[in-house]
Design a protein around this ligand. Sequence first.
Ligand code: HGY
Ligand code: MN
Ligand code: MN
Length: 436
Amino acid sequence: MTRGKLDAPVVLGSARAEHIESMIGQLAELSEGGPGVTRLAYSPLERRAHALFAQWMSDLGCSVTTDAAGNTIAERPGAVPGRPAIGVGSHLDSVYSGGRFDGIAGVVAGVELVRLLAEAGMTLEHPLRIVAFAGEEGARFGQACVGSKLAAGLTARHVLDELTDRSGTSLSAAMREIGLDPDSAAAQGWDADDWAVFLELHIEQGKVLENSGAAVGPVDLISGSTRLSFVMTGRPSHTGGTPMLNRSDALAAAAEAVLIAETLASDDTHRGTRATVGRLSVEPNSITTIPGRVTFSLDVRDIDADRQRRAVTEIVGRVMATCRRRKVTLEVNLIADTSPVVMPLWVRQALVAGAKELDVPYRVLGSGASHDAQMINTFVPTALLFVPSRDGLSHVPDEWTEFAQVATGVDVLARAVIGLDKSMTASERVASKEEL
Ligand code: HGY
Ligand code: MN
Ligand code: MN
């Protein structure tokens, strides 16, 4: 049972929207400028956000460490030493010109949770670890969830050299530039025995909660994603001197590829598949030269693993036929591939119980986006709790969630954490008696 001073009944306060607003506002200042928030994976700005988070957590009495992958972990000790921790957290990096809530809401939720426990003088039986993951967004290096994948031991060392950003900087070089060691990052995953459960609060980045009027959404499954890079090489030449029938136009071929992906994902047999070309560059990108080389990304998401991979195979096959017909050479590389995952019911049920305890309207839903929770769930039972996104927008400056909505999510999260702390303690006590 949670313990207060002199074991008096402990009453937990409610999360305060103004606290959430202040922390989100301070973090939003840490941006490269331009529209929205740009605080890229493994950038100095991301480190400054982690430092601000670390300051908040040490001000609340937590011990703070940063692991080799750049994930920042703040620990509030539990009443019983040696127990595995309850983890809560999300990420602090953003996409280019993104919003101020994606990932951030889940980290500040953890800070507010610790504040509530401290103000109530409540100590859990288990240690509570609040985590700010590094490099969750794939916007810079193509692969999502870098920090949580490294924590889960899911990333081989060579991948850190192979992933590069728009300027050609490798992930390993970017890590070194901010004082991290890629060798240690790839070698030092987290110990599964140190963790009991993990919970992530995140904005939905879709419209289901807003449309249904639910205040929170325990997530039952998280989509998988397969990300590819395509390079098409045609024959650049004069736009005036080259007849239409005598061309190998790399951009025209790429344009067909974009529509192949969109058309395939939109047909009835792929309901639930999402395929997007989000980034494309043209060379020489000149008005009077037929494009000779086009590089673009493809992001395929699905809640069904087979359908996801089948869609990728079908898209690549059709694009190859297009390139043959247009006399354009094609190079395709796999950047990242993650399967969909069903979240463990018993941890999700703690979120449902928390919502019911507070009479907060909830609905269970799937996640179209990928999350750190997906990677942590490979070695720690994990739950993901959504709060609404206005008009379903995300990864854009207009991304918005009311601070009071985040606060409601924190209240539900707090009840879930306290409930799990009690139920796991009870089962650990039974287990230890059985061992006697
Ligand atoms: O791309 C995603 O799904 C997440 O925002 N990293
Ligand atoms: Mn996110
Ligand atoms: Mn995101």
